[in-house]
Design a protein around this ligand. Structure first.
Ligand code: GLN
Length: 467
């Protein structure tokens, strides 16, 4: 059930927060072995919290599943990594958790993810495999794959994820749920384990656009603990949700409909755009000319920032510590060699390379310039249109293991989602029908809607119309 349905039942006295948790826990016991979305959950402490839930609050009594890179006091926070799986317990609540609690919600469950959020399939989790509930031979997408799979499977009502280059929107699309990446600066990242600090955002994965609006309402807003979090008022995201798209201009970027898109994805996205036109939206062809450079730009900037952020995992301050080191350098080396998986090591090596003296200007410096061009493409487009509509991913969910030895293929499949992070703008994925793909049937596809910076209210309104 959606948050809004459960809220009605709670307010009518037809159920209680504890009963919702008990039922969820039953669903997890019955189905999560097949999906593998949960890394852990703590029913006992959630029930204690539920007994104090204030039902008059906007999310009063609603459990929310949390990606395992967001700190919740007293709970594990593995980031899908062996580094933190053994002996790390969060010493504090992330700001989004504090805000969710202040809105009455109960954080419940730790969701699997690609290690340190690096990946698009949740196959880079060092801890377990998560499967797409629509077809367990397939990936749920990633990196917030556990969050998306649980919401799609009915083992979670809604979830938080993080999105650095598509990690909320792409798994939402693959699992047939709604996923919102807010604007850079809209939501505090204090307590989110940093991957690439100029790109990371926290956002909701939900069953409906209304639920996404309710969660954004709770988590958005200024936080002095995150210097990138903007001190600007948070609008009411629910008031105009049903205002429709009549008279709004929607841009269709020609660069997002080229070769390489699966025909079923293209058909569903085009049909969704036609339906928005039938509701009164004006469809305009636009161009985002620097799109072809987004993958190269992202895969310089994100690893560069990751190599810096992940230097804090030294075997001393957090998590795993190698035994019997020869000296302190050996302790750093061994702890990192044992603790990090192959994709994380690849990113650290790439990032260290592009930042090293002699290469900094040629790679990192140049990527920052191209990033500016990508941002200007969007600024120009939003002079002409209210929002941009496109596919989320070039194909529906692929089979698990299909590209195990081909990281470049994975990087290329992020083409439609990376640019929003590079530009700092918000994006949402809304289910737009199913299609057959590579031997699989009825696999979900998603419509991506991108809006101008801090334009979440209108983005949600358009998403609601598409829904
Ligand atoms: N797939 C992209 C990557 O691997 C994005 C991941 C994310 O958004 N966290 O970096």
């Amino acid at each position: 059930m959606s948050i809004s349905t459960l809220r009605q039942q709670l307010l009518a006295g037809e159920t209680t927060p504890a009963a919702i948790l008990e039922r969820l826990s039953g669903e997890i016991a019955a189905r999560d072995a097949r999906t593998g979305a949960y890394l852990s959950h703590d029913l006992e402490s959630a029930i204690v919290e539920a007994s104090n839930a204030d039902l008059s609050l906007p999310l009063g009594g609603i459990p929310i599943a949390i990606k395992d890179n967001i700190n919740v006091l007293g709970q594990p926070c593995t980031c899908g990594s062996k580094f933190l799986a053994e002996n790390y317990t969060s010493p504090y609540d992330a700001t989004v958790i504090r805000k969710l609690r202040a809105a009455g919600a109960i954080p419940f469950g730790r969701m699997n993810q690609d290690e340190f959020a690096m990946g698009s399939a949740t196959e880079n989790s060092a801890l377990q495999t998560t499967r797409n509930p629509h077809d367990p031979q397939r990936i749920p997408g990633g990196s917030s794959g556990g969050s998306a799979a649980a919401v799609a499977d009915g083992t979670a009502i809604s979830a938080l994820g993080s999105d650095t280059g598509g990690s909320i929107r792409q798994p939402a699309s693959h699992c047939g749920v709604v996923g919102l990446k807010p604007s850079y600066g809209r939501v505090s990242r204090y307590g989110l384990v940093a991957f690439a600090s100029s790109l990371d955002q926290i956002g909701p994965l939900t069953q409906s656009v209304e639920d996404a609006a309710m969660i954004l309402q709770a988590i958005a807003g200024f936080d002095p603990a995150d210097s990138t979090c903007l001190d600007v008022p948070v609008p009411d995201y629910l008031t105009n949700l049903n205002a429709g798209v009549k008279g709004l201009k929607l841009g269709v970027p020609k660069e997002y409909f080229g070769d390489g898109i699966d025909p079923g994805v293209r058909k569903n996205v085009e049909a969704a755009i036609q339906k928005l036109a039938a509701q009164g939206a004006e469809i305009v062809e636009i161009s985002l000319p620097h799109t072809e450079h987004a993958v190269a730009t992202y895969y310089v900037i994100a690893p560069a920032e990751a190599s810096s952020n992940l230097s804090r995992f030294d075997g001393i301050r957090y998590g795993r510590r190698a035994t019997n080191p020869a000296d302190i350098l050996d302790l750093y080396k061994k702890s990192r060699e044992e603790g990090f998986g192959p994709e994380v090591k690849r990113r650290i090596i790439l990032g260290t390379y592009v930042l090293s003296s002699g290469y900094y200007d040629a790679y990192y410096g140049r990527a920052q310039k191209v990033r500016t061009l990508i941002r200007r493409d969007f600024e120009g487009a939003f002079q002409k249109v209210d929002a941009i509509v496109s596919p989320v991913a070039p194909t529906p969910a692929r089979k698990i293991g299909a590209y195990a030895d081909d990281p470049l293929h994975e990087y290329l499949s992020d083409i439609f989602t990376l640019s929003a992070n590079l530009a700092g703008i918000p994006g949402i994925s809304v289910p737009c029908g199913v299609t057959d793909f590579d031997g699989g049937q009825n696999l979900p596809t998603g419509l991506q809607i991108l809006g101008p910076h801090l334009g979440e209210a209108k983005l949600l309104q358009i998403a609601r119309a598409a829904e």
